[in-house]
Design a protein around this ligand. Structure first.
Ligand SMILES: C[S@@+](CC[C@H](N)C(=O)[O-])C[C@H]1O[C@@H](n2cnc3c(N)ncnc32)[C@H](O)[C@@H]1O
Length: 252
């Protein structure tokens, strides 16, 4: 929802954004053809939601993000074999000049911040023969989920902020575009998806929203209190069903 990932947003991101579940990461690594000798590049790495779970499946990772606060959160995790690089999709050609060919390049919930065609072309050019590129979404965003408590959260958000319909690249049209862009690079493309149920509580939902809303939107104007009141009114358990989708493209 917010294009500003600095400061408190990055701190909340580290605490309230999930890593890709380890079973999904193992399947994704296999689909990418990632090996224990490979270098991984995670573009738009955030605080490591893909880097960390994919790390056991490769030799090391270069984690790239334009937001220093995100890279601080990643470095705080102390992951061995991970180099954090301040950069963006537009730096991929330059990175290709100094890095060995990649076993895999992954982009998690971040491609929609780039010029997608240019970023995917630049990423595909960095792969070793047989290497893979994956565009991963863990969406739609929490407030667009179908559970009654998620619909109630959305209603409160819209009461304060107006329509909150952006899918952050998790919709079917974005998926189809990405498949086409990767096929145009001469890659072999498949789409995989996984579902996982995550029990949450009100504190987690509020933290997660804080990591997604711009600036002080959550803390000003009574939004936080309204959300707390709405979540208090929910009687059943709060469960977020997350659909992970991966467009996986291999260089043959
Ligand atoms: C929603 S977060 C996703 C973080 C993490 N990959 C995940 O799966 O949760 C989007 C990330 O993309 C980064 N970003 C924004 N513009 C970018 C660009 N042009 N190139 C690469 N990353 C970008 C942001 O700084 C932010 O860390």
């Amino acid at each position: 929802m917010s294009a500003d990932f600095a400061g408190e947003t990055a701190r909340l991101y580290a605490r309230f954004r999930r890593d890709l579940p380890s079973d999904q990461a193992a399947e994704l690594a296999a689909q990418l053809g990632l090996t224990a000798d490979d270098l991984l590049l995670d573009l738009g790495c955030g605080t490591g939601q893909l880097t960390a779970p994919l790390l056991p499946h490769c030799a090391g990772a270069v984690a790239v993000d334009p937001e220093p606060g995100m890279l601080t959160g990643l470095r705080d995790r102390g992951l061995p074999g991970v180099v954090a690089v301040l950069g963006a999709d537009t730096d991929l050609p330059q990175l290709g000049r100094v890095l060995p060919p990649l076993g895999a390049l992954v982009v998690g919930n971040a491609l929609h911040w780039t010029d997608e065609a240019s970023a995917l072309a630049a990423g595909a050019a960095l792969l070793r023969p047989g290497g893979g590129l994956a565009v991963v979404t863990q969406g739609p965003p929490l407030w667009l989920g179908g559970a009654p408590w998620q619909q109630a959260v959305r209603a409160v958000l819209e009461q304060f902020l107006g329509p909150v319909t952006a899918t952050c690249g998790s919709d079917a049209a974005a998926l189809a575009d990405r498949v086409g862009l990767l096929e145009a690079q001469g890659l072999t493309v498949r789409v995989s998806s996984w579902r996982a149920d995550h029990p949450v509580d009100a504190a987690w939902v509020l933290g997660h929203l804080g990591s997604a809303l711009p600036g002080d939107a959550l803390t000003s104007g009574g939004l936080r209190q309204a959300l707390e009141d709405e979540l208090d009114r929910q009687t059943g358990p709060l469960v977020e069903q997350v659909l992970t989708t991966a467009v996986v493209a291999r260089r043959t």
